[in-house]
Design a protein around this ligand. Structure first.
Ligand code: ADP
Ligand code: MG
Length: 605
């Protein structure tokens, strides 16, 4: 028999090895970005065509390369970053294997133009099919790399590329990760010549605003945690319980400045949200984890996407605790507004509350005064013991259980407001006892019924400053055909660019409401129910929309209401159908019988 083993040509071998590092356009972009950052770039311009399949160009203002290095950098195992594996633990750069450029050049047409600080002229090197051609060119300091026709010579891999949207989604996630991790770098990114991200250098939190939106950035909760003996530090931002997305793609984890994917760390993060986010909803998060370099192995994955942590369990516990604490702090702040020293009913009202009430259609000013009530100013509720319960039990439960309501009554025509407890519960003296009314739940029900019965309650009102809401391009494609559903609720939103909606009008009752959040929730409903028929979809979203708008437009627990406002609220509640519960099923009012009170004070047995 003849010998059958043949040595592959170097170029063929490189094409095979390339598969490990270069799986898809996103992995090429990742390596190129890492190199630019390793080169100390402060500005990185990236232009991508056809989701990276036809062309990727990256221009950085980093240190550049001298001609000798430029000739070498596309050869296998050439790196300026380490000379021995022993140096891995001390590594501060992203690259270290010296195989990325070699791999990319092996499976594409690659052109590198570069100039270092000391050379007068730059050099341009074209690598095609394992051969290099070079010329001297004028260039500014830095490196400009063009990758064309990725996998043109590896048809098997080219065939496995997903459709452009899928590849692009991966690229966008990657770009978000890099932008989040390097707020000090100016990124400018175009796709098919349209600007998709423009992020001048800024702070971490402002970067979130640049990437997602500013309302969202304002609502992110900061978190800091450390384990001193094990040298672990965690900091970052997480979204609170009212903000969520439909997949995990907005959860970003970084270990020692490296973006990583790690199931158990993201599970720990999600555990911190337990019972706070509805099933199937995910938070947005950017968590930066610092550990001792000796306790992390970054070499376990060909694309360095995963890491192995020595103290994985401790890190998970820290993440879980940090997230839970941040959420609890946020919620208790919402529930425990700072206690004011003045008697609440004698002060002038905060303008926000007045606005919210004034804009609520049912609480129009002219209806004030027409109602007969005896308003007695009560002693300040501040003397009442502070509410100090475990905040966890006060988080809005995802499926509200009906409380054991002893007795619930609709409100009488005549009543005396004796005060307000914790700027949340209106206290009303009745012949048969003391009635407590939850101002938010009550207002929510009133608005809900208004929205469902009065067609003009939701007239669009043009906004002075249109609001931009960023979603994904895929979401936009699904939602855009349903913008008439939003218009039915007085919200005029038009697609803008590839991944944004511009809200130009909202109903008056929503002027104070977080419109971005409302739109995003709406987008979620459409995604969930997109397979339903048009009519069914419309019926379902209308109901949900009314409940959400009622919730957002209603006065909140902690909003300080004037006596007139309270009286009007009670009067409206009285004439509203279904007034015993809010649209989510929580009771709106609760009567404590006079006899019960007397028994407590031993006036009666
Ligand atoms: P690694 O990053 O692991 O060293 P690469 O194949 O990604 O390997 O890059 C090889 C070498 O080319 C790098 O070590 C670096 O010296 C040089 N290089 C690559 N990209 C750039 C760039 N944008 N600016 C300056 N030098 C670069
Ligand atoms: Mg590299």
């Amino acid at each position: 028999m003849l010998p059958r083993i043949k040595r592959l040509s170097l170029h063929e071998a490189q094409k095979i090895a390339a598969g490990e590092v270069v799986e898809r356009p996103a992995s090429v972009i990742k390596e190129l970005l890492e190199n630019a950052l390793d080169a100390g770039a402060t500005t990185i311009e990236l232009s991508i065509h056809d989701a990276g399949k036809t062309k990727i160009r990256i221009i950085d203002n980093g240190c550049g390369m001298v001609p000798e290095d430029a000739r070498l950098c596309t050869q296998q195992y050439t790196t300026s970053k380490i000379t021995s594996v022993d140096q891995l633990p001390q590594l501060t750069t992203f690259g270290f294997r010296g195989e990325a450029l070699a791999s990319i050049a092996a499976v594409s047409r690659c052109t590198i133009t570069t100039k270092d600080a000391h050379s007068r002229e730059g050099i341009r090197i074209r690598c095609v099919a394992g051969e290099q051609h070079e010329e001297v060119v004028a260039a500014s300091q830095g490196t400009d790399i063009v990758i064309e026709e990725l996998f043109y010579n590896v048809p098997a891999r080219r065939k496995f590329l997903k459709k452009a949207e899928t590849e692009w989604r991966q690229i966008m996630t990657l770009l978000h990760a890099f932008c989040l991790n390097h707020p000090e770098v100016h990124f400018k990114i175009t796709h098919d010549d349209a600007l998709v991200l423009s992020c001048p250098a800024t702070t971490k939190i402002q970067r979130i605003a640049q990437l997602w939106d500013s309302a969202l950035a304002d609502s992110m909760l900061p978190l800091v945690r450390a384990h001193t003996t094990k040298n672990i530090a965690i900091q970052g931002f997480v979204s609170h319980h009212q903000v969520s997305t439909f997949d995990r793609s907005s959860i970003f984890l970084f270990v020692n400045n490296r973006w990583i994917k790690n199931q158990s760390l993201s599970r720990a993060l999600l555990k911190g949200y337990m019972n706070v986010l509805p099933p199937g909803r995910y938070p947005r998060a950017a968590l930066f984890i610092e550990v001792d370099p000796e306790t992390v192995d970054i070499n376990i994955h060909p694309r360095k996407e995963e890491v192995l942590l020595l103290h994985a369990h401790t890190v998970e516990q820290l993440i879980h605790d940090a997230v839970r604490d941040a959420l609890e702090k946020h919620l208790s702040k919402q529930l425990n507004q700072p206690v004011s020293i003045t008697r609440p009913y004698e002060t002038t009202q905060p303008t926000i509350v007045q606005d919210r009430l004034a804009h609520a259609p049912f609480l129009a000013e002219e209806s004030f005064g027409s109602y007969h009530h005896r308003a007695t100013v009560a002693p300040s509720a501040d003397v009442v013991q502070r509410f100090d319960g475990d905040t966890r039990t006060h988080m809005p439960p995802t499926n509200v259980q009906q409380l054991p309501v002893v007795e619930v009554q609709a409100l009488p025509q005549e009543f005396t407001i004796v005060g307000c407890y914790k700027k949340t519960y209106i206290l009303v003296e009745k012949d048969d006892g003391l009635c407590m009314i939850d101002q938010h739940a009550a207002h929510e029900r009133i608005l809900y019924e208004q929205f469902t019965t009065r067609f003009n309650a939701l007239e669009p009102n043009t906004l002075l400053f249109p609001v931009t809401v960023t979603i994904t391009a895929d979401e936009l494609a699904i939602v855009a055909p349903h913008s008439d559903l939003l218009a039915r609720h007085g919200i005029i939103a038009e697609p803008f660019g590839s991944n944004q909606l511009i809200v130009t009008a909202t109903p008056v009752c929503l002027v104070q409401a977080p419109i971005g959040e409302i739109i995003r929730t709406f987008v979620g409903w459409i995604l969930e129910d997109r397979l339903l028929g048009r009519q069914e979809l419309q019926a379902i979203t209308t109901k949900k929309m009314h409940a959400m708008m009622a919730c957002k437009a209603a006065v909140k627990a902690g909003d300080q209401l004037s006596m007139e406002h309270m009286a009007q609220l009670l009067r409206d509640l009285h004439t509203t159908p279904n007034n015993f519960t809010c649209p989510h099923g929580r009771p709106t009012c609760w009567l404590v019988h006079h006899s019960e009170i007397e028994k407590k004070f031993k006036r009666r047995s």
